[in-house]
Ligand binder design. Structure first.
Ligand SMILES: NC(=O)C1=CN([C@@H]2O[C@H](COP(=O)(O)OP(=O)(O)OC[C@H]3O[C@@H](n4cnc5c(N)ncnc54)[C@H](O)[C@@H]3O)[C@@H](O)[C@H]2O)C=CC1
Ligand SMILES: CC(=O)[C@H](N)C(=O)O
Length: 337
């Protein structure tokens, strides 16, 4: 008797909690990568630890497990993600799993499967369970025929990497699901993201992270891009803030579903000069490889006027700020401060 009434009481309490839920319940796929870990941290601060489910196929560190819910989920297996979504009453999907540009060229068939089929699965689940969905795109979704300086939201997109092709596919399919089925799909085209606390995932813009590690370790860096190769870049905190801003934007504010977001643009030569303000003896040399062709087909400067006008996007960190933050973090981590 007592047991029955306790069960009933708990049931009502759970239902009331659901009714009064003020924060979304979010599932992040590919969450152990460069973007996922800091994004989950920030979302947990904003929406509560219990509302964020981080998933990936890698074994997480003890520290990551202690920060909140972590679950194994392979996005190529739709049932695994479906089970997670249902069991955790998810209403927002953040789909980060992908092979980036340079590693994608080394394993085209895996990139096609992961980046294209994985995205199909996530969009189907968003449609079936009426979840909102955020999928990042990239400067890599443009190609040599796109205007490069500046590159607007709408222009010719003929990327030459499987990564870029898969991201144009995600943009178009997401927009199709929005117009055809009413799926609340949101997408940002990011520049190269720079952060200190993880190893980058195998992109063309990775030099701008590796250079800091080498500046501290050996005082020099051999760069695989030419010194005058200009690419758009962004500090990780600005990237995380832009994701939160677009997730929180009202449907009225969004005049389009895919937006460019920009922060700064620099070349290896300019980054070297900024680093030399902190490490005057730092030296750069160049040994150009295949990634140069990829970089030369990408925007030099992204035009993000629409994001600024429609939902007030404003990046905070400039080149000097970024260099200072990287060294502060890495020197603290390596006990050099
Ligand atoms: N980091 C950057 O500079 C930029 C990233 N983006 C996009 O942001 C997203 C996240 O990027 P990063 O965190 O840098 O990538 P990352 O390579 O660091 O992380 C990707 C994660 O996906 C996971 N993954 C691989 N196969 C999987 C599978 N079968 N199922 C589930 N997860 C799987 C990996 O274990 C990894 O943790 C990607 O979609 C990328 O295209 C866009 C523009 C710039
Ligand atoms: C800009 C990106 O999408 C990524 N960092 C890459 O270089 O592939």
């Amino acid at each position: 008797m007592l047991c029955k009434s306790l069960v009933r009481h708990c049931f009502i309490a759970i239902n009331q909690r659901q009714l009064h839920r003020t924060h979304p319940r979010i599932l992040i796929t590919g969450g152990c990568g460069q973007l996922g870990i800091p994004l989950a941290k920030r979302l947990r601060e904003l929406y509560g630890v219990e509302n964020i489910v981080l998933s990936d196929i890698v074994r997480p560190s003890d520290a990551l497990v202690q920060q909140g819910i972590y679950r194994y989920a392979d996005v190529m297996d739709i049932k695994q993600v479906q089970e997670l979504l249902v069991n955790n009453q998810i209403d927002w999907l953040i789909h980060l799993s992908a092979l980036l540009s340079a590693v994608g060229e080394k394993n085209v068939s895996l990139a096609m499967k992961l980046n294209i089929e994985g995205t199909h699965h996530m969009l189907e689940l968003a449609r079936k369970y009426k979840c909102r969905i955020f999928i990042p795109s990239t400067i890599g979704a443009f190609g040599p025929d796109s205007p490069r300086n500046p590159t607007p939201d709408l222009c010719i997109q003929r990327p030459r990497t499987i990564y870029g092709v898969s991201k144009v596919h995600a943009e178009l399919l997401g927009e199709y699901f929005f117009y055809r089925f009413g799926v609340d799909f949101r997408c940002l085209r990011f520049p190269g993201i720079i952060s200190a606390d993880t190893k980058p995932g195998g992109g063309t813009t990775d030099y701008a992270i590796e250079i800091f590690h080498e500046a501290l370790k050996s005082g020099s860096y051999k760069c695989y891009l030419r010194g005058d190769t200009r690419l758009p870049m962004m500090w990780i905190d600005d990237c995380i803030q832009s994701i939160i801003n677009i997730m929180e934007a009202s449907n009225d504010q969004l005049k389009q579903r895919t937006y460019n977001v920009a922060a700064l643009s620099f070349t290896p030569e300019e980054l070297t000069k900024a680093i030399q303000k902190y490490k005057p003896n730092f030296k750069i040399s160049y040994q150009v490889d295949d990634r140069q062709n990829i970089a030369e087909s990408w925007p030099q400067v992204l035009d993000d006027r629409n994001a600024r006008e429609h939902w007030n996007w404003t990046p905070k960190v400039d080149l000097d700020g970024l260099v200072q933050k990287m060294f502060d973090y890495l020197e603290r981590e390596n006990n050099l401060k």
